[in-house]
Ligand binder design. Structure first.
Ligand code: PBG
Length: 324
């Protein structure tokens, strides 16, 4: 029915009507909070390009995780900055590495919180690439074994889920097999399925000291113009046994979130990355936008596009706002 019979404004007239017809609702349970951990005690180093975010030692990370959990945030995802880097990323799979230390501290302080770990080598290699390098090339198959070792080290320390973010081919299936062999068949895998070679990761690489020493990540992360390729990646990860699929970044890739949502029944995550956060914070700091409202609008848009959960640096702040 056209106007004047139809008047969409009727249902927008009052807060009560708007509450009633709202299609998408955010809750603190939708959020996963990414945190950076480094060795030490009592360490809280502000990350310049991500105002409000810090690099924490395990004890401080545990304290922050507990506060986030109390606000209703069910999970954290951990990124480690190791003391020592080498060509094979040995700190990534060391039994007493920074991530196992942080996992144990968090599990002790807040046992019911889900601790997810990012499984990747770039923070741990001296060349800053996400896999083994030979003659300037990032090797695929030889990297899988190291990623699986890393995943096992995390799970042995108490991680409740692992999230491979390296973008090597076949890593989800490989990690699944090794976890199963080790008796960890109940541990789910959240796959960074459509992870793009994005400039939006800039602040993260500063925070995690993980910029590649030569070249870039374009031979393994996806080319931003491609959408059908993201569907192929999603299907492969599902076939390899992924339990949750992920799209990253989130805001600039909402079409990909929607398209993957339509071809899978698996839960879908989207990662609102460091650059998305930094841009909102920078504009808010200058008074050019209302930071709090843009934060909530950016998150509800990601959920409206089809994400079931959102990895976001805003997790505790948005949860606190939602909790009133
Ligand atoms: C590790 C990894 C990165 C991010 C998450 N996992 C960096 C990268 O791929 O260069 C970026 C997250 C963010 O920007 O917030 N490979």
């Amino acid at each position: 029915m056209p106007f004047p019979e139809s008047r969409p404004r009727r249902l927008r007239a009052t807060p009560a009507l708007r509450d009633l017809v709202r299609e998408t609702v955010l809750t603190p349970h939708d959020f996963i909070w990414p945190i950076f951990v480094e060795p030490g005690k009592g360490v809280r180093k502000p990350i310049t390009s991500m105002p409000g975010q810090f690099r924490y030692s395990p004890d401080e990370a545990a304290r922050e995780a507990k506060a986030a959990y109390a606000l209703g945030v069910p999970a954290v995802i951990l990124f480690g900055i190791p003391e020592h880097k080498d060509s094979v990323g040995s700190s990534a799979y060391a039994r007493d590495g920074i991530i196992p230390q942080a996992i144990r501290a968090i599990r002790k302080e807040v046992p019911d919180m889900l601790v997810i770990t990012d499984v990747c080598l770039c923070e741990y290699t001296d060349h800053g690439h996400c896999g083994l390098v030979e003659d300037g090339k990032v090797l695929n198959d030889d990297t899988l074994d190291l990623l699986a070792k890393e995943a096992v080290a995390h799970v042995k320390a108490g991680a409740g889920m692992v999230a491979p973010s390296d973008m090597m081919d076949g890593r989800v299936g490989y990690i699944r097999d090794v976890l199963d062999e080790e008796g960890f068949e109940e541990i789910p895998i959240m796959a960074y399925s459509a992870k793009y070679a994005s400039a939006f990761y800039g602040p993260f690489r500063e925070a995690a000291e993980s910029s590649p020493a030569f070249g870039d990540r374009r031979t393994y992360q996806m080319d931003p113009p491609n959408a059908m390729e993201a569907l192929r990646e999603a299907v492969l990860d599902e076939e390899e046994g992924a339990d949750i699929l992920m799209v990253k970044p989130a805001g600039p890739y909402l079409d990909i979130v929607r398209e993957i949502r339509e071809i899978t029944d698996l839960p879908l995550a989207a990662y609102q990355v460091s650059g998305e956060y930094a841009m909102i914070e920078a504009a808010a700091e200058r008074g050019w936008i209302d930071g709090e409202r843009v934060m909530m609008e950016s998150l509800i848009s990601i959920k409206r596009a089809g994400a079931d959960m959102i990895l976001t640096y805003y997790a505790p702040r948005a949860a606190a706002l939602l909790a009133g």
